[in-house]
Design a protein around this ligand. Sequence first.
Ligand SMILES: [Zn+2]
Length: 297
Amino acid sequence: MMNLFKKLFKFKSGSPQYDMNSLDGINQIQIPKYEQLQGMGDPSGNIEYILQKKATEHKRNGRMDLAIACLRKSNEIFPHSNFSWPKKDYLRLVEYLKLDRQFDAARIEEQKINKLFESMESDRKKEAQRINKEIYGDCDIVSTNETYFVCSECAKYIKRYFSISGKNKKYPKLPEYLLTSSPEHKYCAITLYPVLDNVSEPAWNYTGNFVKYCNRPFVDERTLEQRKLFDKEVAEKEELALDKEFYDLIFEKFPDIAPKSFGGYRRMKASNSENYQQLLKKAKECLGFDFYSQSKK
Ligand SMILES: [Zn+2]
């Protein structure tokens, strides 16, 4: 999203009322009171956006203290913004702290950010439940969506109406686990939304009798290709997360053997170069265990 903004809007550099070139100046910046953004909104004139840009500039000039101060300040402003900033923007502070070898501070900030997002998530859920209740009253029927980006278990439950309580015998009872977010389903794109029985048309195609269709056998109906695509993307995401964990570990504990950047490490790994093999060997000696085979267990 932000790349798009960068292209569409010229960055207004260093508004004169802010001094972003000294620790005092940065720390004195107050949380602004923002007007509501219209439509998709453009936060590129926002102070937290300018601080993020400024952090990049300070980092380039070797002033990590100023860069980190800018990111701390923008993280402080983010939750009060009129734009909902994604977690990856908050996490830049964590990455910069690691680069500056302030690993304990990085861990503290990461925990804070995770907590903040958990509470924002549960606030959003509560708000959605409140709105649903207002619109649908005590509606007991929910629909799942049409998606094939799901595991073999979730695949059994797509494109159906369910009764949440199980009191409505027309539709199957909603499996409990679809109401909770469990780690093994973190990549599954199945969602639920309330529907009015006999009023709302399903948002997906079905054949034959609708009630019968919702009660069809619970089997994974994905094609082989759809299954392969899901498995491949999940494997890629997990590998990326594992590589990051490995890179962060050696960068913290054995900086002499760590490549300069995580991107550099990924390229090295992808090419499976001689240097990469050497690095794995050295890492195993330094750590006293084989990270990748240990993580597979
Ligand atoms: Zn699943």
